[in-house]
Design a protein around this ligand. Structure first.
Ligand SMILES: Cc1cc2nc3c(=O)[nH]c(=O)nc-3n(C[C@H](O)[C@H](O)[C@H](O)COP(=O)(O)OP(=O)(O)OC[C@H]3O[C@@H](n4cnc5c(N)ncnc54)[C@H](O)[C@@H]3O)c2cc1C
Length: 457
């Protein structure tokens, strides 16, 4: 560490106290990057692990005064490099702020600190007969703060929406240490600009979220599950498009191609049918049985080779688990075969799913690459996962997929965010005026640009 860096750390220690700082290089190493691939990270000056909003404010005041960049970190499960450290900066890890402050059963709300693990919150509110819907595949290890900052989606978005649909109010700390409260408790409220929505999905570039008030729902009925297998992605995509057009809203509509299914079986011995594309659907609520019957017919019409409907909760849990481990299973295939992996995250209007899957298959053939395709088909949101040995080829295919989704009226990221990985692509998606407004918003919140430099903008 240079003298200047040593002086700075000494100064930081004096300002925050020893307890909040991690400077041992071995420990710091665990905080330098998220789970993305092909994104850069630097060597931070120190890791700061606050216990309270006051601690966050003190750290930011110090960083602001010394013009030191700050990367906020939740659980580090991000897939776009949004929590990657920058050289000479601070990593502000919020894992110690992990308290469920309140579950207000009568008001159907929860107040939580950002470091709460999403699955823990879901379990805690379920004990009161309540439901916090957002369920990213990483639900067991990602944090609410990270979910808010990325506006995380998940498997039930097709019916229940994304994280932002459940955020009523936020407490956040601005880069100069000022604390701001946004939003309100009623489910309705339109006073002023919607600063809450602006902070949701801002990927740690505008403020550090220190408390979140979430809207909860009554627990839904146990869903029924349908599994349909198709010989190819095109038929599966056509089925998904028809579900969207049929006016049925399943509570889950997920897809795994045959590469992914084989990987999941190899990793977890789940005994799923191989050589086929699987579509998993769930329906809950009063019309669930009738809806599943309509889906069953639609799957058969689209040439499903097998369709099974079940109300068995254990079987449903197994299928959901199979879908949740899709990325990990493909990672393992890559590792076992001496390849690397790169995950994309694109979304198109649901009626264009068939075009998207056809484009992915064409791009895989053109680049002679294995691409495992899985994702939240009901949202038009897929995660083509490239298994590769040649980085240049992989990046060309990745760009081709992202460009194809954009050309179909889609978006360059359905749920993982822009981070460092999709920065160039955000510029291609925004029109020039929207781009200018992005720059202006960033300047208002973070005039000296210390929050998460290199992410989004
Ligand atoms: C196996 C696997 C499956 C996944 N499945 C899904 C999925 O289905 N849907 C989905 O949307 N994502 C998914 N993800 C991606 C990831 O889990 C989400 O992006 C998640 O929201 C990140 O949360 P985190 O706590 O790990 O945040 P981090 O990775 O630590 O940070 C993510 C971003 O949020 C910022 N941030 C974190 N906390 C705060 C805060 N308190 N204030 C301000 N900024 C903050 C960071 O600076 C960074 O830009 C998956 C990841 C994995 C590894």
């Amino acid at each position: 560490m240079s003298t200047t860096a040593t002086d700075l750390v000494g100064d930081l220690r004096a300002a925050l106290g020893d307890d909040l700082l991690v400077t041992d290089p071995d420990l710091v190493g665990g905080y330098v990057r998220d789970q993305s691939r092909l994104t850069e990270h630097g060597t931070p000056l120190a890791v700061v692990a606050p216990r309270s909003t006051d601690d966050v404010a003190a750290a930011l005041r110090w960083a602001h005064a010394h013009a030191v960049p700050v990367v906020t970190r939740g659980a580090g499960s991000g897939l776009v490099g949004g929590a990657n450290a920058v050289d000479g900066g601070l990593v502000l890890t919020l894992h110690r702020m992990d308290r469920i402050v309140e579950v207000d059963v009568a008001g159907a709300r929860a107040v939580v600190q950002p470091g709460v693990i999403t699955g823990d919150l879901r379990a805690a509110v379920a004990a009161h007969g309540l439901f916090y819907p957002p369920d990213p595949g990483s639900v067991a290890f990602c944090s609410i703060g990270g979910n808010v900052a990325t506006n995380a989606g998940g498997m039930c978005c097709v019916k229940y929406g994304v994280t932002g649909d459940y955020v009523l109010a936020l407490e956040a700390v601005l880069p100069d240490g000022r604390v701001v409260h946004t939003g309100r408790l009623p489910v309705k409220g339109v006073a002023g600009y919607d600063l809450t929505s602006l902070l949701v999905g801002s990927e740690g570039t505008l403020a550090v979220v220190t408390e979140v008030t979430l809207r909860l729902l009554p627990a839904p009925t146990t869903p029924g599950t349908l599994v349909a297998s198709f010989t190819g992605l095109t038929a599966a995509g056509a089925f998904v498009a028809e579900v969207a057009a049929a006016g049925i809203t399943p509570s889950m509509l997920e897809l795994m191609d045959s590469t992914t299914v084989t990987a999941v079986n190899a990793m977890a011995g789940m005994g799923l049918d191989e050589g086929v594309v699987l579509v998993l659907a769930q329906c809950d609520g009063p019309g669930a049985t009738a809806d599943l019957a309509v889906l069953e017919k639609a799957a058969e019409r689209h040439g499903a080779v097998d369709v099974a409907v079940s109300s068995d909760a254990e079987e449903a849990a197994m299928l959901l688990e199979a879908r949740r481990i899709a990325l990990t299973a493909l990672e393992r295939v890559a590792a076992d075969t001496g390849r690397q992996w790169l995950l994309d995250d694109v979304a198109v209007p649901r009626e264009r799913m068939v075009e998207l899957v056809a484009a992915i298959e064409r791009i895989a053939a053109d680049h002679d690459l294995t691409i495992g395709v899985f994702g939240h088909a009901g949202d038009g949101n897929l995660h083509p996962t490239l298994l590769y040995t040649d980085e240049t080829v992989a990046l060309a295919a990745f760009d081709a997929i992202t460009a194809a989704a954009l050309a179909m009226g889609g978006t360059v990221t359905g749920e993982h965010g822009v981070g460092r990985l999709k920065r160039v692509w955000l510029g291609r998606e925004l029109d020039p005026v929207a781009d200018e407004l992005h720059t202006g918003v960033k300047r208002v919140f973070d005039p000296t640009g210390i929050l998460n430099p290199g992410v989004v903008r």
